[in-house]
Design a protein. Sequence first.
Length: 396
Amino acid sequence: MLTNDQLAAWDREAFFHPSTHLAQHARGETVSRIMTGGEGIYVEDRDGTRLIDAFAGLYCVNVGYGRKVIADAIAEQAGKLAYYHAYVGHGTEASITLAHMILERAPQHMSKVYFGLSGSDANETNVKLVWYYNNVRGMPQKRKIISRWRGYHGSGLITGSLTGLKTFHNKFGLPLPEVIHTEAPYYYRRQDLSMSEAEFVAHCAAELGSMFGSDHYGIKPDIITIAKGLTSAYAPLSGSIVSDKVWKVLEEGTDQFGPIGHGWTYSAHPICAAAGVANLTLIDEMNLVQNAGAVGATFKQMLTDRIGQHPHVGEVRGEGLLCAVEFIDDKENRTYYDPARKIGPQVAAALLSDGVIARAMPEADVIGFAPPLCLTEDEAGMIADRMAKAVTNVLG
């Protein structure tokens, strides 16, 4: 491992890392991993260490690493027109094409796509649009936003407030008063253990008063946030897809009050949009949506078969290639580990030492998996085998 070189020194002296223990990193007490390459589900650091990325970066490298067709699309667009803004009716071939491709894939009642750079700013946009929508309708009192504990929705002022994790609130003066939180739909950690799953769903619905979900669950949304998988993180891009109903009110608002006062300098950045066009095309060509469903179900079953009966594995859960394993001190009496023991981070560290990147999720002893959607059954088996080994090493 390279240590005490100039780049490592600059990393600790100059680079403000997100979601990092700042003091420990500055003092050199944490690992500084400098990544240099990737191919398929693998990434590599400058020491030549090759790792299975079972979390796809941050849930986002859907097509896998090293896809030249996306890199070429980025380079071609940069060579033609690296940037132009999207204000007052301006567009580019890439941004217009991508908006069209998104609406082709979206529910039929969706109408327009607004582009940003991250899921956080897309959710900030969506809250502003909801407030604008209600003001135009003469309902300015409708400002409260309901979010769920344990959900993640971003790191801005409003989106950090929406995020239902204390780490994103502590010492930041959040959540803002417009945001209120309701119970997480977290059946395994329900307070009343006598509830059946159906009863718990009804309870959560009663606590909220309404339900939110994706197309997968048959919900008809007014606004949809898209981000991470839009370019498979080859370039930063997000989107807010608004429905016909919302769009009509937005049009009405600009007729009454003039051009809408919302925009980012890099909205619909042509390089990012070009990456999005190439990425969506590749997802179709590689049949990745179907692969995620098939391999995801197999992966979940593999984990269940290998560790589901372990006395300290409380639950294996998942949908598609999103999967999680939750650990518990005493399964029979539903006693959770003391957070100070950091069971989740210990298992994640054991996995990493065996060449697999997974994520110790916040505020619970949970290991999360979100591998690239190009994962094969053989690769899923490798991850499941190493997870079983890590669990045995840490928990016996």
